[in-house]
Design a protein around this ligand. Structure first.
Ligand code: MN
Length: 351
């Protein structure tokens, strides 16, 4: 069996579901609005774009993408690759509200999760709502839903294109291909969560798109010069503390604390701490950002420190923030020392 045949056999059940789902859409006679989730990310954008191109290829009709606010990363990506923002689609879709139409939401399982009033209005007026999504959802399944456990929604649409034999022709659109590669890379955390399906499609897509450029734009192109300098200075000034194989790096910077803390972790620290002394309303405050590889709960440590210094703080296991008034500590050095102590004490207690 060659790769293509093997792939078909492995995905036979999915192809059945795809036919069942798509037939309902292909039979539908009125316009269709395609809506990705709010603060739209790359996978959602690429999925909406693919949905529109697939439907345009397979049937006659009007299809419009209505994109809510894009995420920062997506805005940057759209700019870099001169992709469409689908504003024309949005304006044309506004004329539909007095006519019959249906909606496909992509990369989101539940239409009740939208909060944008315009989109809520579209949803309330739609004849049917269809769902294409890859998230495992505990909420009641929508009846018109194509929900497959792939690593990205883009891959579900690529499966559709593959099944209907239109993948090659879709790949003539280089912008679409780049968006899809970007969607896959970001949803798989740069292929960490990739599987056979992911690689099967990437091997086809990379023939038509700019894989390397997409990768590097997503990986770090979006940082401007001042952020890059902050990260480099942060690393130069960092002080190292070590307990066994556990390393804490602490530094101080003028801004970009979060980015600097992440940079310290990517250098090899288990915990990266960046402190920035700032003036807010004529008062000195310390902003602290922490990142960890997850062996201890940084959010909890920062919550405790916030309580101790009457500040505010908290976060997750691997990312946390802290804000403390200048009057509450004698110096930045003492604050740094206090934070490192809390972290080392915690790691001693759990190892
Ligand atoms: Mn997704």
């Amino acid at each position: 069996m060659n790769l293509n045949e093997e792939f078909r056999t492995n995905n036979e059940d999915y192809f059945k579901e795809i036919h069942f789902f798509l037939n309902k859409i292909l039979d539908y006679k009125h316009p269709i609005i395609i809506i990705p989730h709010e603060s739209t990310d790359l996978d959602a954008y690429a999925s909406a774009y693919l949905t529109k191109e697939i439907l345009t290829t397979l049937k006659k009709g009007d299809f419009y993408i209505v994109m809510p606010e894009p995420s920062q990363e997506l805005s940057y990506f759209i700019n870099e690759f001169s992709l469409q923002d689908f504003m024309d689609d949005f304006h044309e879709a506004l004329n539909l509200t007095n006519r019959k139409f249906s909606i496909i939401i992509v990369d989101i399982a539940d239409p009740r999760r939208f909060i944008n009033p315009k989109i809520i209005e579209f949803i309330s007026k739609a004849e049917e709502i269809f769902v294409i999504d890859h998230h495992a959802s505990s909420s009641a399944r929508i009846k018109n839903s194509l929900s497959l456990p792939l690593s990205s929604t883009s891959e579900i649409l690529l499966l559709i294109a593959e099944e209907y034999n239109i993948l090659e022709s879709l790949c003539d659109d280089r912008k679409l291909v780049n968006a899809v590669i970007g969607g896959i890379l970001s949803d798989t955390a740069f292929l960490l969560h990739a599987n056979q399906t992911t690689f099967y499609f990437l091997s086809k897509l990379t023939k038509f798109g700019d894989y390397k450029r997409v990768y590097s734009v997503l990986k770090g192109g979006k940082k401007d010069i001042s952020e890059r300098i902050a990260r480099i200075k942060g690393a130069q000034r960092a002080e190292m503390f070590r307990y066994d194989d556990f390393i804490v790096l602490v530094t101080h910077v003028g801004s970009y604390e979060a980015s600097v803390a992440s940079a310290l972790v990517s250098l090899g620290a288990n915990v990266g701490i960046a402190i920035s002394k700032k003036k807010e309303k004529k008062q000195v405050i310390y902003r602290v950002s922490g990142r960890s590889t997850g062996r201890l709960n940084l959010g909890q440590i920062f919550t405790d420190l916030a309580n101790e210094f009457s500040g505010t703080g908290g976060g997750h296991k691997s990312a946390a923030g802290l804000k403390i008034h200048g009057d509450m500590v004698q110096s930045e050095e003492l604050l740094a020392k206090k934070i490192v102590e809390s972290i080392i004490n915690k790691i001693k207690a759990i190892t």
